[in-house]
Design a protein around this ligand. Structure first.
Ligand code: IPE
Ligand code: IPE
Ligand code: MG
Length: 250
């Protein structure tokens, strides 16, 4: 699955990880950050340490995306289904995510990143909601890159939320188009993801961006999320560059 250096050269791409020029740069990359638990287990550590390491990795990948000229990075941090994990794990995850929002938002702001939250706020603590609000307000005018954090996110819940808003607003059914519908999703007027990456070998969407990723290219790697760095992202972009996107045409 991973392209070899000569395969990269064959498609006119840099074989060396330090080179960052790609022919086609996806506007929007979305990542299902999976494998934190297995990463920790492999090292004999508690699962929460995997989440900690995974969270630290976000900064590296955000920086790499910015360098590569990607406009939007979406990361799947906590799904609506993840509430079904043991209470201790959910608590651990929440406290790590709370820490990261509070500590990283200033740095993201300095780097020109705009932070957006994709997901519901129901079920989140008032402190968490306030921290999300502060971070999104602080960074709302930044244009270098958008970081969407899918947190308490479910693709079906998102579609349902959009439908409810459309009904409440009394939109005329004959006026409703796919484009108009998209604006009611959490991603609003952002471009759809071009590339969906999933770490830790799994080959499923797990309720992630079910509407928006309808025509995305998919890339799966065995690497666990805490180990998915700049070079791994580069390999995914190289694979993307070899894809032919047809959108149903010939
Ligand atoms: C991804 O890692 C993080 C979240 C889902 C929050 P996992 O915790 O799913 O790691 P594995 O799949 O058990 O290895
Ligand atoms: C998907 O990972 C959700 C996130 C990465 C936040 P999971 O580990 O929860 O997905 P499943 O359970 O393997 O489908
Ligand atoms: Mg998992």
């Amino acid at each position: 699955m991973t392209p070899k250096p000569d395969e990269l050269r064959a498609v006119g791409l840099p074989a060396e990880p330090k080179d960052t020029k790609f022919v086609k740069v996806p506007s929007h990359v979305a990542i299902i950050m999976d494998g934190n638990g297995r990463w920790a287990q492999q090292r004999g550590l508690p699962r929460v340490e995997g989440h900690r390491a995974g969270t630290r990795n976000i900064r590296t990948v955000l920086q790499a995306c910015t360098d590569f000229g990607i406009q939007v990075l979406t990361i799947y941090a906590f799904s609506t289904e993840n509430w079904n994990r043991p209470v201790e794990e959910v608590k651990g995850l929440m406290s790590i995510l709370m820490e990261v929002i509070t500590e990283e938002s200033e740095e993201m702001h300095r780097q020109g990143a705009r932070l957006c939250h994709l997901g519901r706020t129901d079920g989140l603590s008032p402190e968490m909601c306030a921290a999300i609000h502060r971070a999104t307000e602080l960074t709302k005018n930044n244009t270098r890159i958008t970081l969407n954090v899918a947190f308490n996110y479910g693709g079906r819940a998102e579609i349902l939320d959009a439908v409810k808003r459309i009904l409440r607003e009394g939109v005329d059914p004959s006026e409703l188009t796919e484009e108009k519908f998209s604006h009611y999703l959490y991603t609003g007027d952002q471009p759809d993801p071009d590339l969906v990456i999933r770490t830790a070998s799994e080959m499923r969407l797990s309720n992630f961006l079910v509407w928006q990723a309808a025509y995305a290219e998919y890339y799966s790697t065995p690497t666990y999320w805490p180990d998915f760095g700049r070079e791994e992202l580069q390999k995914a972009l190289a694979a993307y560059n070899k894809r032919e996107r047809r959108f149903g045409r010939l």
